[in-house]
Design a protein around this ligand. Structure first.
Ligand SMILES: N[C@@H](CCC(=O)N[C@@H](CS)C(=O)NCC(=O)O)C(=O)O
Length: 200
């Protein structure tokens, strides 16, 4: 299988971690994609031109990260990353949605900086996205993850979101979220694929 991704992509990191945890990373060749380059064949593989995109051996193409993670979980027999049923399933899936939302809101702030000249940036839009990150972090600080196993797709996604805030926003979130900082330290110590997939 071929994974189109990029070293800085938090959603790509989520998929890479999922593949490590399930034990299928050796079956995946990672090919970097440039989402800004119209010549990159990513846009033929995924019309949205987004990463991560996974190309299966039979040519079928999977996106986005949630679909890829579901497939990876299936390769491992199912139920390792996403509980098959019960309350835990929905707790894990909602945690993934919240973490994905943090990443989306953080990425949109970065794109505003990247795509617009300084005098054309919209502070209201940036504040709107920053509000999502602030409220999401506050909710997680009040109730840090406690479900077992330590690494399911909710916690993996959250670790990737916090890692992205460290990478692109100089870890400013750490100051006011001590319980989340402690949670991430513990997660990083127990889940080796977090360090193995660090953004650069
Ligand atoms: N919902 C998507 C989000 C993926 C995403 O936003 N990827 C970013 C890079 S981390 C991207 O491809 N951006 C390029 C673009 O939006 O054109 C997922 O879960 O995979």
């Amino acid at each position: 299988m071929i994974l189109r991704s990029a070293p800085a992509s938090p959603f790509g990191r989520k998929v890479k971690m999922a593949a490590h945890i399930v034990g299928v990373i050796d079956r995946i060749k990672i090919v970097n994609a440039d989402t800004l380059n119209a010549e990159d064949d990513l846009r033929q593989q995924n019309p949205l031109g987004k990463i991560p995109t996974l190309i299966l051996d039979n040519g079928k193409v999977l996106y986005d990260s949630r679909v890829i993670v579901e497939y990876i979980d299936h390769l491992g027999g199912g139920g390792r990353l996403i509980p098959a049923h019960g309350d835990d399933r929905y707790d894990v899936l909602v945690m993934q949605s919240l973490a994905d939302g943090l990443m989306d809101a953080a990425i949109l702030q970065i794109y505003e900086m990247r795509f617009r000249a300084e005098d054309r940036r919209e502070p209201k839009w940036i504040a709107h996205q920053a509000g999502k990150v602030d409220r999401g972090l506050a909710a997680l600080e009040a109730h840090p993850p406690h479900l077992s196993p330590v690494s399911h797709i909710g916690t993996v996604s959250l670790a990737c979101a916090l890692g992205y805030l460290d990478f692109r926003f100089e870890g400013a979130w750490r100051k006011n979220h001590p319980r989340l900082v402690a949670w991430l330290d513990d997660f990083a110590a127990r889940v080796p694929s977090f360090a193995l997939t660090a953004p650069h």
